[in-house]
Design a protein around this ligand. Structure first.
Ligand code: SF4
Ligand code: MG
Length: 325
């Protein structure tokens, strides 16, 4: 099978002081195939980042905890590894890029040091070899002055440059999976496009898979092979990227697409979805989108709808597609 990562029945919860439980990720299943880019989209608060942090096992505990499920990387359940083994997985097999590079760059070390260090640790490289590799990576991610950048500190770099440095760092161990959480959100549009191009090039160069987490459907259209839409801690729709853009089924996905700015559209009026993402400690009964859905009917509020098959490789969690009537 061509599957790199398989997530089954994942539930991650946060146990709050007042006794409430936030079901941030509430029964999520998906797989990432080798060499593909899978986008995870949804508004903020829908559970996207907690899903990625769960894969990396970087959930702050307490109050957070993965309470159910499995996360298999090439057949090996990451949830059964020791912390030491998991540290190795984070250094070797899965790289992560965040929205804010300063969360993964250490201000007191040079860029070169931060790329070389994991290579010495996880790939057992000698110092000289590791720095040579760091230099090569910095050139690869498009630094014309790589020889200088390697000796600079994170604060000496612009936001876009830091993002490049972080990509070089994430790629240094040649990860099988790159998780990118809103990698370009903080950058201006031109730099954003450059960073996305870079990630696509890198993916081709290294043959890695990407889990692209974003609220920006423009980014999805540009990078993804497949898309999963998340809402209220659950996957509500998944499909091929083309299929999702041309034939969205879930009313939430339809709303997201309608609120996307159109290039050939003069009127800047965006049709945002009214209402808000429900808090994870207090989901509505039944379909979690029902309070915002203009198609909501009585049966929507009975049980959480299943993920129905709406076509080949296309799944939708909505009773409009339950195949009845
Ligand atoms: Fe709307 Fe009902 Fe479908 Fe939920 S199940 S998205 S409320 S139509
Ligand atoms: Mg997020």
């Amino acid at each position: 099978k061509n599957v790199l990562l398989e997530v089954k029945g994942l539930k991650t919860q946060f146990f709050m002081d007042d006794g409430k439980v936030a079901k941030a990720v509430d029964g999520v299943d998906f797989e990432i195939r080798k060499g593909e880019t899978l986008a995870l989209v949804g508004e903020s608060g829908s559970g996207k980042s907690i899903t990625s942090l769960s894969i990396m096992q970087l959930i702050q505990s307490p109050p957070g905890k993965i309470v159910a499920g499995s996360i298999e990387l090439e057949g090996k359940d990451l949830l059964k590894l020791s912390e030491k083994e998991m540290t190795n997985v984070r250094g070797n097999d899965i790289g992560m890029i965040f929205q804010e590079p300063m969360t993964s760059l250490n201000p007191v070390f040079t860029i070169g040091n931060q790329i070389a260090e994991p290579l010495m640790k996880h790939k057992k490289m000698k110092k000289k070899e590791a720095y040579a590799k760091a230099l090569e990576l910095l050139k690869l991610v498009g630094f014309p002055r790589a020889e200088e950048i390697i000796n600079e500190y994170p604060h000496q770099l612009s936001g876009g440059m830091r993002q490049r440095a972080m990509i070089a760092m994430a790629l240094s161990c040649n990860p099988k999976l790159l998780i990118a959480d809103e990698p370009t959100t903080a950058l201006d549009v031109t730099i954003q496009a450059q960073i996305l191009d870079l990630m696509i090039d890198m993916k081709e160069e290294f043959g890695s898979s990407i889990l692209m987490i974003t609220h920006d459907l423009g980014v999805v259209a540009e990078t993804a092979d497949r898309v999963m839409v998340m809402y209220g801690g659950q996957i509500v729709e998944s499909a091929d990227v083309k299929e999702l853009f041309t034939d969205p089924k879930h009313p939430y996905t339809v709303g997201l697409l309608a609120s996307m700015p159109q290039i050939d559209d003069d009127k800047e009026r965006l049709e945002a979805i009214p209402g808000m993402v429900p808090p994870a400690h207090n989901f509505p009964q039944g379909c979690r989108f029902a309070p915002r859905c203009k198609h909501a009917m009585e049966k929507c509020t009975n049980d959480v709808p299943e993920l129905y098959e709406a076509g080949p490789g296309h799944k939708v969690r909505c009773v409009l597609y339950d195949g009845k009537e």
